[in-house]
Design a protein around this ligand. Structure first.
Ligand code: SF4
Ligand code: SF4
Ligand code: SF4
Length: 175
């Protein structure tokens, strides 16, 4: 293993496997090492075919990214993409079991239909982690709130939202 790979693994173990550098704004794969898709990925596409949920595709630079509007629309954190990758792109398998897959969380935008007084709870219905609750306030209908402690960033709420109001990105505390 090269010195660069050791440094990346240590950094990922200390700070989480997750954060791509700010310069790489694409939604990369769970347990990927910081910057690794730019540095070490060859664009072979093995992770694309390995993903049982069909949510991985190659971007314009032939680097894999997660798209929650493809396939089943959610990441189950099965690790198949990391298992099949032949390059030093992901956290080592021995460390993955004890490390959160990423620090990404869901965020609801201002175009949520409830802001216009339209009743909708599609996101809550889709969330298997009960991370979305609806909050009532005087003079308006209930609006969704993400519980960042429960949200895993799985993406299941993204595609069902009829307003395309939900994005998965780093929690504010991680930015
Ligand atoms: S962890 Fe599993 S479901 Fe998630 S992107 Fe990788 S292969 Fe797909
Ligand atoms: S990303 Fe997953 S866990 Fe988070 S709110 Fe959406 S469905 Fe729930
Ligand atoms: S599914 Fe979308 S539009 Fe509906 S409540 Fe959730 S965020 Fe708002």
């Amino acid at each position: 293993m090269s010195g660069a790979s050791i440094d990346k693994t240590r950094r990922a173990f200390l700070f989480g496997a997750t954060a791509e550098p700010q310069s790489d704004t694409a939604l990369r794969l769970p347990w990927s090492l910081p910057g690794a898709f730019l540095d070490a990925c060859t664009g072979c596409g093995s992770c694309v075919t390995a993903c049982p949920e069909g949510i991985v595709s190659l971007d314009g630079s032939s680097r894999p990214m997660v798209d929650f509007r493809r396939g089943s629309g959610l990441c189950t954190f099965c690790g198949a993409c990391a298992d099949i990758c032949p390059e030093p792109v992901f956290l080592a398998s021995t460390a993955r079991a004890a490390t959160p897959p990423w620090t990404l969380r869901a965020a609801i935008g201002a175009n949520c239909l409830t802001h216009d007084g339209v009743m909708c709870q599609s996101c809550k219905d889709a969330c298997g982690d009960a991370a979305i609750r609806f909050v009532y306030a005087a003079g308006r209908i209930a609006q969704p709130m993400i519980d960042l402690d429960r949200c895993t960033g799985c993406g299941a709420c993204v595609d069902p939202c009829p307003a395309e109001a939900i994005e998965i990105h780093r929690a504010v505390a991680d930015a």
